[in-house]
Design a binder for this molecule. Structure first.
Ligand code: 5RP
Length: 257
């Protein structure tokens, strides 16, 4: 791995702990103005100083984030369908040149294992990695769940392993029972997506479990920005990820709202 790749990865995974708190705010790329992100700038500005990395599209980065912010960027570079269409019908929408121009520390795209376009999304991942590696740009593979697929260790393990086999530098997936099995089968770092909004204590418990079972951090969205107290929530998540706080200890941080 060359200097550029390692240096970019160290902007995402903090060298002190080897972990990351990524704030996912890319949801609008297929959902439109999602609850909590209708005014993305207003929601995200107070969270930026706490997050290690923002997972965001180029359009929202350009329009809604202060370029002087000291937060690393992982750029979502895939898209196409909306929630009204076939979600798996994604392609790569943003070039590596653009990612470099925007000073991204990584790029991310979804693969749809088990869905109708799994082959194209997986080969697109391979192509993106071929290009990104020429510039030392890390690639995050987002393992999306097809409507009919269960979120169990067998399915998520399959999806994460395929992403790693294609050469993804890190992988995002959901938490599940026996999550450690997903981690075991995936030789690159895994970050946990939060999924639908659940009570804060439950989201913190899920984070604690994921970290204990080998996750290298989170790429969490709704459980932070849809919380009534997003700043306190991201601080609490950060305590679990970087300081090894238990969910109960972290919940105390959340309660300091
Ligand atoms: C959608 C994504 C989102 O970034 C991901 O779902 C994380 O957000 P949340 O924690 O809200 O699930 O990649 O494909």
């Amino acid at each position: 791995m060359d200097f550029g790749m390692k240096n970019r990865l160290s902007r995402i995974f903090k060298p002190k702990t080897g972990k990351t708190v990524m704030l996912a705010v890319d949801h609008g790329y297929f959902q439109g103005p999602t609850t909590g992100l209708r005014n993305l700038r207003a929601t995200v500005t107070p969270l930026i100083p706490i997050a290690d990395c923002l997972f965001i599209t180029r359009g929202m980065l350009r329009t809604s984030v202060d370029p002087r912010s000291d937060v690393s960027i992982c750029l979502r570079v895939s898209g196409g369908p909306s929630i009204l269409g076939e979600l798996s019908n994604e392609d790569i929408t943003t070039s590596i040149e653009e990612a470099i121009r925007l000073n991204a520390s990584g790029v991310g795209m979804s693969i749809y294992v088990g869905a109708s376009n799994e082959d194209r999304t997986i080969s697109n991942l391979g192509r993106l990695i071929n290009e990104a590696e020429r510039y030392g740009m890390p690639v995050l593979a987002v393992t999306a769940v097809g409507k009919e697929m269960g979120r169990d260790a067998r399915y998520l393990g399959l999806a994460c392993r395929i992403a790693a086999e294609m050469g993804a530098h890190f992988v995002k997936t959901y938490y599940c029972e026996e999550f450690y099995k997903v981690v075991e089968g995936c030789p690159v770092p895994i970050v946990m997506a939060g999924g639908k909004k659940i009570p804060e204590i439950d989201a913190l418990k899920m984070t604690e479990n994921a970290i204990k079972e080998g996750a290298s951090g989170v790429d969490m969205g709704r459980n932070i920005f849809q919380s009534d107290y997003p700043v306190e929530m991201i601080k609490a998540v950060k305590a679990v990820v970087h300081k090894g706080a238990t969910a109960e200890e972290a919940f105390e941080i959340y309660l300091k709202k």
